[in-house]
Design a protein. Structure first.
Length: 256
């Protein structure tokens, strides 16, 4: 094909498709033949691709869960601990070696409130737990067993957390605790006495947001309760007992 024929062919192509050319690729500018047509079309396609990319919605990761506000929690847990003390001011130990082991499951509910400032979370929580933490060992008189049960625990704690990721919080907590307990002996004569114990609780945990309303929590709490007197009237004797417990909890939380 001669140079003149090539020019005529390119001009006929331009005139045939002149309405398809975008702004900036005027047919009048295409006087250098087929190569110019190809370059112009390629440049226009690149420009349209860039414009389309700019118009795509942002995919920046956003926090799924707003951590601030009121929430409610259901809880399942298991705890282990110790109990021990003395009868009548130290005449003998309760149980015989001065310390017994506790263990058992727990379940309950909690409610709390969070405030968020950047990656920091501040909050407070009240929980109520029904527990079945019990222990039994021989008394100084082997005809009797010296038993102890923690029937329920309520605690009120402050929390401080930090968002390691948008949906993952690590936290620590500290607060006050109240336990409903029973000390009792079994043997030739069965005896029992109930009392409330006061103490403190420390905790650490992880919480992960799985939606804008739901999160999962795993935590460990340690409870310490001081001396409490139990008057065992049938003997009669007074047992002064202390107890402690560490509990692992799993919880499902709904954020209002």
């Amino acid at each position: 094909m001669s140079q003149n024929d090539s020019y005529l062919w390119s001009q006929s192509l331009v005139l045939k498709h002149k309405n398809a050319f975008p702004t900036g690729c005027s047919p009048r500018r295409l006087t250098s033949g087929a190569i110019a047509v190809a370059i112009c079309l390629a440049t226009s396609a690149a420009s349209e691709t860039a414009t389309s990319s700019e118009q795509l919605p942002s995919t920046v990761n956003e926090t799924l869960l707003d951590w601030s506000g009121l929430y409610a929690r259901g809880i399942l847990g298991f705890g282990v601990g110790n109990y021990g003390g003395a009868l009548d001011g130290g005449t003998s130990d309760y149980p015989s070696d001065g310390e017994g082991r506790l263990d058992g499951e727990a379940f309950g509910v909690a409610a709390g409130y969070n405030l968020q400032s950047g990656n920091s979370i501040y909050g407070a929580e009240l929980d109520l737990m029904k527990t079945n933490n019990a222990g039994s060992e021989n008394c100084g008189n082997p005809s009797f067993s010296c038993n102890f049960e923690v029937d329920a625990i309520a605690s009120f704690s402050g929390r401080f957390g930090y968002l390691a990721q948008d949906s993952l919080m690590v936290y620590g907590s500290a607060g006050f605790a109240l336990a409903t307990t029973t000390a009792f002996t079994e043997g030739p004569v069965d005896t029992a006495a109930d009392a409330d114990m006061t103490g403190y609780v420390l905790g650490v945990g992880l919480e992960y947001g799985i939606s804008d309303r739901i999160s999962l929590r795993a935590s460990a709490k340690h409870f310490e309760f001081g001396d409490q007197d139990y008057v065992i009237s049938e003997i009669p004797e007074t047992a002064t007992i202390q107890t402690n417990m560490t509990r692992i909890e799993m919880g499902l939380i709904y954020h209002f």
